[in-house]
Design a binder for this molecule. Structure first.
Ligand code: SAM
Length: 368
């Protein structure tokens, strides 16, 4: 009798969520998801309360909400829950990536073949430049994902399984991306022929935008080639006709005035602040007059992020220090409406999302 070399079996899909290669992966990731839920749902509220209690005991204003970060860290330091929470958050993240990545890599040839097959099936929907040079700033292992978004050919698969844990089961069927698409501003004249999802990652927002604007030609663009390839495979599998381009938000290569609607969902906090103006200028260039731009991201300066509860600021600080989010502090300090206005866009609305995130909608001024 032949002993199977690989333990992987075709375990199909649960709706739009792929099953992990093995049942053992699935149970282990479910365990990490439970640990994450416990850290966020049970440990974090207590830690937040303890931070506020310490701030109040020290008679600090606003329950410690406006403390400079160094003082906030010092306030948290003596709390045993602070170190324990950071350790649990970081370890569950690392363990989840390592578990799924090693299992996927054990069957790499099979997944590479899936990506190739999708490209053969619809080569006209995936657009890559063999001369593309990945900028160094995009090579960080954001959220501790080994190889990051660009340095691992299976990064798209890894990202999808890993973010299933990250989203704590609330995005298994792309629910958050569908909600985001509902918060995307449509142009006042209602004409939507082309839509761009910039920093699209594995294309969950891109397919959600196609659901929202079914008659439009919808594009996703991302700097991570493995993500773009997986996004394309996913859309082909789902029978959704969308396009993906491997490229840069700050230099998309699309013609002037090409798009009616652009979305950037949690892109900005993952790029260096020196690129913010070039990205907005590029979005303005590719929008037609009257076209709209929606940014959905972490709460930033205009949302009063300096008055977020001490616990929430502690979490954002944890992410930048221990969860490889090197660029997020500069984004959190940014006044997003001001950024959009100084680059020639008119801000229409800025407000909280049903989640922890914030959205800002703008338009390119119509030609008078
Ligand atoms: C947090 S992920 C965004 C998630 C994605 N919008 C979604 O719907 O899930 C940030 C994405 O931005 C991409 N990115 C970072 N810098 C970029 C740039 N300069 N141009 C295009 N994409 C970029 C990363 O590769 C990554 O996929």
């Amino acid at each position: 009798m032949n002993t199977p070399v690989s333990r992987s079996i075709d375990r199909c899909m649960q709706g739009v969520l792929p099953r992990t290669p093995t049942l053992e992966d699935e149970s282990q990731l479910a365990f990490y998801e439970t640990v994450r839920n416990f850290a966020i749902g049970e440990m974090f509220p207590r830690l937040s309360q303890q931070l506020v209690a310490r701030a109040d005991a020290a008679k600090l204003p606003d329950h410690g909400a406006r403390l400079p970060l160094r003082q906030l860290r010092a306030l948290a330091e003596p709390l045993p829950l602070s170190g324990a929470w950071k350790r649990v958050m970081r370890s569950q993240q690392q363990l989840a990536w390592d578990k799924i990545r090693s299992s996927l890599l054990a069957n790499a040839a099979r997944y590479e073949a899936e990506l190739d097959a999708a490209e053969c099936a619809h080569p006209e929907r995936i657009h890559c430049d063999p001369q593309f040079v990945t900028p160094d700033y995009a090579k960080f292992p954001i959220h501790l994902q080994p190889g990051g978004y660009v340095g691992d050919t299976l990064a798209g698969y890894v990202f999808h399984h890993g973010t299933k844990v990250f989203y704590q089961g609330f995005n298994d069927q792309d629910e958050l991306h569908i909600l985001n698409a509902q918060h995307v501003r449509a142009p006042a004249d209602g004409k939507v022929r082309r839509v761009l999802d910039v920093g699209c990652s594995i294309g969950q927002g891109t397919t959600a935008l196609k659901q929202r604007f079914p008659a439009a030609e919808v594009w996703g663009l991302d700097v991570g080639l493995p993500l773009v390839r997986y996004a394309h495979k996913r859309a082909v599998d789902q029978g959704v006709e969308v396009h993906f381009k491997h490229g840069l938000a700050e230099d998309t290569g699309f013609p002037d005035g090409h798009f009616d609607v652009v979305l950037a969902y949690i892109l900005f906090h993952e790029v260096p602040a020196r690129l913010f103006d070039s990205i907005v200028t590029e979005v303005r260039r590719v929008l037609r007059p009257g076209g709209t731009f929606t940014i959905i991201d972490a709460p930033a300066a205009n949302s009063g992020s300096d008055t977020l509860a001490a616990g929430n600021r502690f979490w954002l600080d944890f992410d930048s220090q221990y969860n490889c989010e090197p660029y997020s502090p500069a984004f959190v300090a940014t006044d997003v409406p001001e950024l959009l206005q100084r680059n020639g866009l008119e801000v229409l609305h800025s407000g909280a999302m049903p989640s922890f995130l914030w959205h800002t909608q703008a338009q390119k001024p119509a030609i008078k």
